[in-house]
Design a protein around this ligand. Structure first.
Ligand SMILES: [Zn+2]
Length: 385
């Protein structure tokens, strides 16, 4: 469905923690009513069957502060949200699961220099061609859909490895950003393309692939991601034809970085190719993390739409600043996001033609309100406009 003038935009929000219960004392029913009152129609949540690993969302501190107070069950939370008329999308971190990589050590990806990935900060990518890893994830997603009956799945971290949060405008891409050159990936690529790679070490073969077979390499990697999503879609659609899939995608327009098209050539997300297995694309337009202006949203949305004209495009917007200190410092990121700035970014995304917005994340609204802020008021004003 294309965004049309006058069509109602979707308002979604990520709720990946339970602070609404622990810190703010709400029952699942109260939280659901509050989310509906905020103007949201779609809620992206996590579950215990295929849990999101610790990342930017650190569960440990507030859970410890809650002193072991029992959390609502996944089923109770889902039912309360659906009872309030909200669409529930269960989220998976598909190719980000450090515990599962411990179980399948050969799922750890290898970059074009031949180095085994050590990740960055909390992030560790996964080689998307590891069959045991992917099968395990798909089996969990079938259970999630069977047991929790969400209205759809939200696939995050569904790409070749890369900590895109670091890709501020002056970021320089190197061979360390190029994945995956493990034995399995190189052999599969060569076999499926009828290419015989020269004898030699991994880095030498990676050099030949990137120099002489770049087009084939990028197309093959994009097809690997497409195939993984197609398998998930098929597995969860048994008895539920057309079960909706929303995909989290990198936001970078092809024209960024002098036309490098990093979404496709680094992350292997090809929106045109993915159109037959994805219903909605989330463009991760985290403006403060990426140090991009509101005007960049126009490029991000229009170039994505040109690639996938029949799919919905949603822009994700931040409620609070992230990655401003420690290992993340020094990338020019703003230290604050005011309610007015958040509102201006939301209006800019809608004016750029986004079919909807995804806010990250609800807890930031609740905390802002508790501190006397008015971000929730701004949100409600935009959602009801
Ligand atoms: Zn690999």
């Amino acid at each position: 469905m294309n965004h049309r003038e006058g069509a109602t935009a979707s308002f979604a929000v990520k709720v990946y923690d339970y602070q609404w219960a622990t810190t703010f004392g709400m029952s699942p029913e109260q939280a659901s009513a509050e989310l509906a009152r905020d103007g949201f129609d779609t809620i992206l949540i996590r579950n215990g069957i295929d849990p999101l690993p610790n990342s930017g969302v650190d569960q440990s501190a507030y859970l410890a502060a809650a002193g072991g107070k029992p959390l609502p069950s996944d089923r109770a939370w889902t039912d309360a949200l659906k009872g309030a008329g909200l669409h529930v999308l269960q989220t998976t971190a598909l190719f980000f699961d450090p515990e599962l990589v411990d179980r399948f050590p050969d799922a750890r990806p290898v970059d074009a220099t031949g180095a085994l990935s050590t990740g960055f900060d909390w992030y560790l990518g996964v080689c998307p061609t590891h069959e045991g890893y992917l099968e395990t994830k798909i089996a969990r997603l079938v259970r999630v859909v069977d047991e929790l009956e969400p209205d759809g799945l939200f696939l995050s971290f569904t790409r070749f490895p890369g900590f895109w949060e670091n890709w501020v405008p002056d970021y320089v891409f190197t061979l360390s950003d190029q994945f995956c050159f493990c034995d399995r990936c190189r052999n599969r690529f060569a076999d499926e393309n009828g290419i015989s790679l020269p004898a030699g070490n991994l880095a030498a073969q990676a050099d030949v692939i990137l120099r002489d077979f770049a087009a084939e390499w990028h197309a093959w990697r994009a097809a690997v991601i497409h195939q993984a999503i197609a398998r998930i879609r098929e597995a969860v659609s048994v008895g539920r034809p057309g079960f909706p899939i929303m995909l989290n995608t990198l936001p970078f327009p092809q024209s960024d970085y002098v036309g490098m098209d990093v979404r496709r050539t680094v992350a292997a997300q090809d929106l045109a190719m993915l159109s037959d297995v994805v219903d909605r694309f989330e463009l991760m337009t985290y403006l403060q993390i990426l140090h991009r202006p509101n005007s960049w949203l126009e490029l991000a949305v229009s170039e994505a739409r040109a690639l996938a004209p029949h799919q919905q495009m949603l822009c994700t917007l931040q409620v609070a600043p992230l990655y401003t200190d420690g290992v993340h410092a020094g990338r020019g990121r703003a230290a604050q996001i005011s309610a007015e700035e958040m509102g201006a970014a939301a209006r800019a995304a809608l004016a750029a033609g986004a079919d909807g917005l995804v806010f990250y994340h609800w807890t930031d609204f609740l905390e802002d309100e508790a501190q006397g802020g008015h971000k929730r008021a701004v949100l409600r004003e935009i959602a009801s406009a």
